[in-house]
Design a protein around this ligand. Structure first.
Ligand code: NOJ
Length: 557
């Protein structure tokens, strides 16, 4: 297998708005990030993925960009960005930028021109369609509720927005749009950034004729699923690769809603013709229910094992996996897959981390995950800031699909705002995140769960993550070893092996609260690499306590 720096790296995602505020306006910023680079260096990560910092009216917290080559006022200036890049590089930390080019903001100058008249040279930069029977051009719904079409009086036509109406979709069929995007990317690469995380890149090629999508029983709109992995997406990415990516030593990860294993083999093919890796979402969709993500169903461990193993084995030697449970769109994993009670929070956070970080692929840590941060407590709809959560609440309850009383707890559980509460730095007011009024309420548990308390405590979640990162840097088998699942049907134990040359690792994680027997005899000559109970020797070991995790290394003769 080809060795690459991005296969050997651990990435840390920063959601700048919620990371660290340096100027007391209640919003995180670039100087705040700079002030925490030593914290990240101490953790040991190699790469920062920076969620969007570009100019934006903030309808979707920066995922609606009005200028790709300027910085959002809330976050600072381009000089601040240059300083961040320099300071990160001085610490051997790379910076990967979010690239949001499925859509722009409706306040981007291209869209302002495009919307101004049918004859404008930029009209075709976006996807405009005539009314159909005096209604929307097709039945597609937006990911953020409502129709995916917005009527525009000025020219009496509709434009497509798969996300909010302030996020019009770019028309990738237009070679001028592709050139603008590729040139902009090139300028960022020339500035010295180290890669791109590409927002919903699987959606850029729309199906021919924009046909109506399937409508399930209770849904108000048809699905736009046909946009995922559309007809020309690989052609566009190959062109992007040829014109931009191949010219720089950067890493690329495509956020690929709706990606299948077969598609991922194309997006992330080891031949290097498109991207380095993709984010797939099957494993974090295993707890979807009747109303899609708004469900409190628990992830079944057997299904999770089957799914992750399918990706581990399916891409081995063909493409490359990214490993994640958390990001700015997902609820906190310790509240979702682990147990956030006082008794098990730290232990289950470490168990989940062990299970993920010992797999093949590039691991991603989302800010606060390394502290075992949990879901927060919302008292009312007014506490939400995220437009997805707010829109879904009103749309589904107004349409009578589900009552407010039933839906509210489901949104509290799955809302993206769980990931967006401010980073918990210490137990002072506002957790050391800001001296002002935070843009979103803090998780009240910051008094006990915070970085300051954990950094110098040897058995903290932080120091456990630090160990996992160090182990990956020191053991090629963790990066390149082959994966093999053991006990596929066990509902509580996630056990797998990694094999490379004459070395073998046994990774054992108990995802239940109860003690479980496990036969270690085959590995009795092995040495313990890491254990969330500080077990040093397995010769006498016959099982795993609730949420216990242990990794054993054995030399094969
Ligand atoms: C995916 C991003 O992760 C999410 O936060 C955003 O709202 C949508 N894409 C739209 O850009």
């Amino acid at each position: 297998m080809d060795k690459k720096w991005w296969k050997e790296s651990v990435v840390y995602q920063i959601y700048p708005r919620s990371f660290c505020d340096s100027n007391g306006d209640g919003i995180g910023d670039l100087n705040g990030i700079i002030s925490k680079l030593d914290y990240l260096k101490n953790l040991g990560i190699d790469v920062i993925w920076l969620s969007p910092v570009y100019k934006s009216p903030n309808d979707d917290n920066g995922y609606d960009i009005s200028d790709y080559e300027d910085i959002m006022d809330d976050f600072g200036t381009m000089e601040d960005f240059d300083k961040l890049l320099k300071e990160a590089h001085a610490r051997n930390i790379k910076i990967v930028m979010d690239l949001v080019v499925n859509h722009t903001s409706d306040e981007h100058k291209w869209f302002i021109e495009s919307r101004s008249s049918k004859e404008n040279p930029k009209r075709d930069y976006y996807i405009w369609r005539e009314k159909k029977d005096n209604k929307e051009p097709n039945n597609w719904g937006s990911y953020f509720s409502g129709s995916a079409w917005q009527y525009d009086e000025k020219t009496d036509m509709y434009y497509l927005h798969l996300f909010s109406k302030k996020q019009p979709d770019l028309n990738w069929e237009n070679s001028k749009v592709r050139k603008e995007v590729f040139d902009m990317m090139t300028r960022w690469c020339e500035k010295g950034i180290d890669g791109f995380r590409m927002d919903v890149i699987s959606l850029i090629s729309k199906p021919e004729g924009l046909p109506d999508g399937e409508k399930s029983k209770d849904s108000l709109y048809g699905s736009s699923a046909a946009c995922a992995n559309g007809p020309k997406v690989h052609e566009y990415l190959k062109e992007m690769n040829k014109k931009v990516l191949s010219k720089f030593d950067i890493m690329t990860v495509g956020e690929c809603a709706g990606v299948t294993l077969e598609e991922a083999k194309k997006y992330a093919n080891a031949d290097g013709s498109e991207l380095n890796m993709v984010f797939q979402f099957e494993h974090v969709g295993l707890d979807d229910g009747e109303n899609m993500k708004w469900s409190n169903k628990k992830i079944s461990l057997a299904e999770l094992k089957e799914n992750l193993s399918k990706w581990q084995n399916g891409l081995d030697g063909i493409a490359w996996n990214s490993l994640f449970f958390c990001n700015h769109d997902q609820p906190r994993i310790v509240s979702r897959l682990g147990d956030d009670s006082k008794e098990f929070r730290e232990k289950s956070a470490k168990c989940i981390a062990t299970c993920l970080h010992l797999m093949q692929g590039t691991p991603y840590i989302y800010q606060g995950e390394e502290l075992g941060m949990t879901n927060t407590k919302f008292e009312s709809v007014k506490d939400f800031r995220d437009l997805e959560s707010i829109n879904a609440y009103y749309e589904l309850t107004k349409a009578g699909v589900i009552s407010e009383k039933e839906l509210f707890p489901l949104i509290c559980y799955k809302s993206r705002d769980n990931a967006r509460t401010p980073m918990q730095w210490d137990n002072s007011e506002n957790a050391g995140f800001t001296t002002g009024k935070p843009w979103i309420a803090l998780n009240p548990n910051y008094k006990t769960i915070n970085a300051k308390e954990q950094v110098n405590r040897e058995d903290s979640v932080f120091n456990y993550y630090k160990k996992l990162i160090k182990l990956r840097h020191e053991n090629e088998i963790i990066v390149y070893g082959k994966y093999e699942l053991l006990l596929p049907n066990d509902e509580d134990l996630f056990v797998y092996q990694r094999i490379l040359g004459n070395e073998k690792l046994l990774v054992c994680c108990n995802f239940s609260k109860e003690y479980r027997d496990f036969d270690f005899s085959e590995f009795k000559n092995g040495e313990v690499l890491i254990s969330n109970l500080n077990v040093a020797d397995i010769t006498e070991k016959t099982g795993l306590s609730g949420y216990e995790a242990i990794v054993v290394r054995e030399k094969l003769s």
